[in-house]
Structures are given as structure tokens and as C-alpha cells.
Design a protein around this ligand. Structure first.
Ligand code: SF4
Ligand code: SF4
Length: 304
């Protein structure tokens, strides 16, 4: 299974619509979107436009502290207008006037790392999950995914309980090792799946979140390593690789004996079609569209 990750924080309807359209045309059937009704509608419309009969949707949320619910903010008084943030943002979320387009910001933090003056800080943008998640499941979303890289166990418990109450076809846990060692990662997962039926949970083994800017084995190495840790624990879960995933992921995972259920690709999937995504004549330019679909198809095929 290949899953296109549009970005948990990506709330730009037109971008998501274009991305879903390209990847649906390229053979993708799974789409990971933010917990936002308008985004869901845009994604459904794009899948239908592309002629996809059975699209599957996954909605991602995060606990407090997880970078998937953060956004960047620029302190104007400290900004020297060097343009580093504008040039390095992978999601075109910085306007030429050096303002953040919050709807496009996916919280990757690249701009903050590249800022020479410390003008960029990250803030959390939480949502009312009790209102939005039941709506999503009632309207056909099959997977609810919780990103759990934060220390707030109360928030984790609160959101995980709501996901379980919604009773989606699959609940998904996305976890990486930025803050925790292997033991804590596995303890967290074991605690979360204790009362779930076998194989109704997906563990999305995140190598380095939002790091897929290159198509190399090294970039995807940590995703494969993380998947191996989950696999070796023999948990009754499906394993999906993410975080630094690219066209090399499936090959490396197979070489390492990983029995994965799917590969979720975000940064790299968006990067290879970026030049087409922003075209003002996107919907009319059939030549550019077919080039975008061709590029996406190669990636989708490589992930089977
Ligand atoms: S670099 Fe990342 S965090 Fe910064 S504005 Fe772009 S998407 Fe947001
Ligand atoms: S990188 Fe920092 S200093 Fe440079 S334009 Fe962006 S916010 Fe301003």
C-alpha cells in the first residue's frame, strides 16, 4: 500500500486537491490528510475527478508537543529579511514578503533551523478532536492516526480514547525516536494496543519526520530501522514506514527483511511534483499534468 501524506498541518485546500488528483491518477488509493472538513471535501473531490472509485482516507492529528501540530511564526523585529526561510521551505509556506502562510505550514521546522537570527519560533495549533473525528469516520474516513511524539501523556490518553470511541476501521499510531529510546517506544505502543483487536492497529514507523528531501538509501535508513524495531517486538499490528521515505524505501526494507504493510510518503512525494503543483494553469495544462502523473507513478510503483 502506498499512502500519500498531504501533511497533518496542510490546510491549503487547492494544494491538497492538486496533490490528491496527481497521485490518484498515478495509482495511489490512500491519502493522509489533516483533520479539517474542507480539506476532506477537497481530497474527495480530487479523487473523484481522477476517476478513483474507492479512495481510502486517513486523518492525522497529534498530541501536544508533536511537531505535526506546530506552525512557524516570524518575529518581525528580529527578522533581517535574508530570505533563507523562503528559499528553504519545502511546502511554499513563506510569502515573498516573509510572512508565514499558516494554512500551508506543516510544522517541519526547516525555516527555524535556517534562520540566522532566531526570528522563527514554533507554536502549537490544536483542534477540537471530539468534534471533528466522529464527523470524519461517519463520512467515510477509515483510518484515524495519532502522532504521539510528545511528553503529554494526558493528552495522548484523551485523544487515543476519542479515536477508539470513533471505532474507525484502523487506528494508527505514528511514532519516531527523536525523544524516546526503543523501550519507551514499544511500551507506549503496547499500552495503546492493549485493548484493541489484533491487526486493527497500524504502527507508522517514522524514521525522521518530514525529512524526505532526497531520494537516497541514507535518507530512508531510519524509517527502515524503526520498522525493524517494531517488527522484532512481534506486536499484532500492521507496519507502515514513514519519515524520510522515498523511492528507495521498499527496496531497502525488503533487503532488510521487513514485512511492511505499506509505505507512507510525504516530503518526497510532494517535492517531485512541486514544480507542477504551483502552476497557475494547473487544471488546463495537460502536458504538465501528465508529467506530474508520470513522476508520481514512478514513486507509487517503487513502493509496492
Ligand atoms: S519550513 Fe516548515 S515550518 Fe517553516 S514555514 Fe515552511 S512548512 Fe512551516
Ligand atoms: S530566515 Fe529568519 S531572518 Fe531570514 S528572512 Fe526568514 S525569518 Fe527573516
Amino acid at each position: 500500500m502506498f499512502k500519500l501524506v498531504c501533511g497533518a498541518g496542510n490546510e491549503d485546500c487547492e494544494t491538497v486537491k492538486r496533490l490528491v488528483y496527481i497521485y490518484a491518477k498515478a495509482g495511489c488509493e490512500y491519502f493522509d490528510i489533516s483533520a479539517c472538513k474542507e480539506i476532506f471535501e477537497a481530497a474527495k473531490e480530487a479523487a473523484e475527478l481522477a476517476g478513483l472509485k474507492t479512495p481510502h482516507f486517513c486523518v492525522s492529528i497529534g498530541i501536544k508537543g508533536d511537531r505535526h501540530i506546530t506552525k512557524a511564526k516570524i518575529r518581525e523585529s528580529v527578522c533581517i529579511k535574508c530570505g533563507n526561510c523562503l528559499r528553504n521551505c519545502p511546502n511554499d509556506a513563506v510569502y515573498p514578503s516573509i510572512m508565514i502562510n499558516e494554512k500551508r505550514c506543516i510544522g517541519c521546522g526547516t525555516c527555524a533551523k535556517k534562520c540566522p537570527t532566531g526570528a522563527i519560533t514554533m507554536f502549537e495549533k490544536d483542534i477540537d478532536v471530539r468534534e471533528i473525528l466522529p464527523y470524519m469516520v461517519q463520512n467515510g474516513v477509515e483510518i484515524l492516526e495519532l502522532h504521539i511524539m510528545g511528553h503529554d501523556k494526558k493528552d495522548l490518553e484523551y485523544k487515543w480514547n476519542i479515536i477508539n470511541e470513533c471505532n474507525p476501521k484502523f487506528a494508527s499510531i505514528c511514532i519516531d525516536r527523536e525523544f524516546f529510546g526503543n523501550k519507551e517506544v514499544l511500551d507506549r505502543i503496547r499500552g495503546m494496543i492493549a485493548h484493541r483487536k489484533p491487526y486493527t492497529t497500524i504502527v507508522q514507523a517514522d524514521g525522521i519526520p518530514m525529512s524526505g528531501s532526497d531520494d537516497t538509501y541514507k535518507t530512508t535508513l531510519q524509517a527502515v530501522a524503526m520498522a525493524e524495531i517494531i517488527q522484532n517486538a512481534n506486536l499484532p499490528v500492521h507496519i507502515v514506514l514513514s519519515g524520510g521515505t522515498n523511492s528507495k524505501t521498499a527496496e531497502l526494507a525488503k533487503l532488510c527483511g521487513i514485512n511492511y504493510w505499506g509505505i507512507a510518503v510525504g516530503s518526497w512525494a510532494r517535492k517531485i511534483v512541486k514544480e507542477y503543483l504551483n502552476k497557475p494553469d494547473f487544471w488546463e495544462n495537460s502536458k504538465a499534468l501528465s508529467l506530474a502523473v508520470e513522476a508520481a507513478s514512478e514513486l507509487v510503483k517503487s513502493s509496492v
